[in-house]
Design a protein around this ligand. Structure first.
Ligand code: SF4
Ligand code: SF4
Length: 363
């Protein structure tokens, strides 16, 4: 599957403390977006799966809902029978029933940003008018639950864990699971400067969440947590490297029509073209022929064979100006994830758990 992420706007109705978008209001014009979709379709056609995923991104893409409708229509007409799937990353606060009906009609995979309990959510996901941003998103809970039931697939909740909320991570994920969400993607706020003591505290929270994950599976109320999948997969199926294919099987298109491998790095070194010029093959092919080049502590690391952090070229470049140098924080997090999921991997109960695992598709 080829994936294009369209940054429909840099604008947003919230002012999250960890947002990486500059406070601009640029939006992507419709010609640029259509050209990006054409490029995506061309790429998708030569891949064995012949599928395209269009991911609407921001800022807050719901601010551009009419454009999104036009782009779905355009992509269906331009796809000429090829399979296209859609995804939306939203803060959920502007959502209305008419939007949800449209997303259901086109089978969108929804990713909604919620950090957990009201006090932790409002701490970082701030509303410029001081309105309670938790209430703005949770007032749509019935719409979310109906959506999960109707489409028989979970909505992904994207949670950001920061130094100011990590001690409540267990409470936050439990709260969201109790509300009926069944899929969680957690990202660390890497702009925070985490101390060793805080990392130890984070690890203790993670351990408790792994216990919750087990308990819920046993009680047939299981949920998906991408942290566990991302840690376990390399141990179940080790590979020579874990490069995700950014730049080869995916691209990120910003509001100006510049093409990048993914959302993690917008430095000129990694730019792979523009909608006006097309994909620069020489630049993109650098990633096609990727081979691991371990540096620093990675060279002698005992878990290097299972560590995806060494291969996350864009995060590495963004943070260290080098594709192969892993920032200390990413490395610490990778070790933590390996240790916690390795316990699962060697747990004799695990296979039985997997068989028992029933992640409800609806609620
Ligand atoms: S855990 Fe750290 S040192 Fe080990 S391979 Fe991963 S990034 Fe390198
Ligand atoms: S952040 Fe890393 S793993 Fe994710 S898409 Fe970018 S390069 Fe791939």
């Amino acid at each position: 599957m080829y994936k294009i992420a369209l940054e429909l706007t840099k604008n947003c109705n919230l002012r999250c403390s960890y947002c990486y978008q500059p406070r601009f209001t640029n939006t992507m014009d419709i010609e640029t977006a259509c050209r990006a979709i054409d490029l995506g379709i061309e790429r998708a056609k030569v891949l064995p799966t012949r599928k395209l995923l269009i991911s609407f991104f921001g800022g807050e893409p719901l601010l551009q809902f009419p454009q999104m409708v036009s782009l779905v229509e355009y992509s269906k007409s331009a796809a000429d029978g090829y399979d296209i799937a859609y995804e939306l990353t939203t803060n959920g606060t502007l959502l209305q029933a008419r939007h949800i009906d449209f997303f259901a009609e086109h089978q969108f995979f929804l990713k909604v940003s919620i950090d957990g309990l009201p006090e932790d959510h409002n701490l970082n996901r701030r509303n410029p008018g001081n309105a309670d941003s938790y209430q703005l998103v949770i007032r749509n809970l019935d719409l979310f639950m109906d959506y999960q039931r109707k489409l028989k697939k979970p909505i992904q909740v994207s949670m950001v864990i920061s130094r100011n909320n990590y001690t409540h991570f267990l409470a936050n994920i439990r709260h969201l699971a109790d509300l009926g969400f069944r899929m969680f993607d957690t990202a660390l706020n890497f702009t925070d400067c985490w101390s060793d003591q805080e990392l130890a505290g984070l690890r203790a929270e993670y351990e408790q969440v792994v216990d919750l994950y087990f308990e819920r599976i046993q009680n047939k109320r299981g949920f998906i947590w991408t942290f566990i999948d991302n840690g376990l997969m390399p141990q179940i199926k080790p590979r020579k490297n874990y490069y995700c294919g950014a730049g080869i099987s995916s691209m990120y298109v910003n509001t100006e029509g510049e093409l990048y491998p993914c959302y993690a790095c917008f430095k000129d070194e990694v730019r792979i073209g523009s909608t006006a010029e097309g994909i620069n093959e020489a630049r993109a092919n650098r990633f096609k022929h990727y081979q691991r080049e371990l540096t620093g502590d990675c060279i002698d690391c005992s878990i290097q064979a299972y560590c995806p952090a060494c291969d996350c070229l864009m995060m590495n470049m963004e943070q260290t100006n080098d594709f192969y140098t892993v920032p200390k924080m990413f490395c610490e997090h990778a070790k933590m994830r390996y240790e916690l999921t390795n316990k699962l991997h060697h747990n004799p109960e695990w296979k039985r758990m997997l068989e028992m695992m029933s992640v409800p598709k609806g609620v």
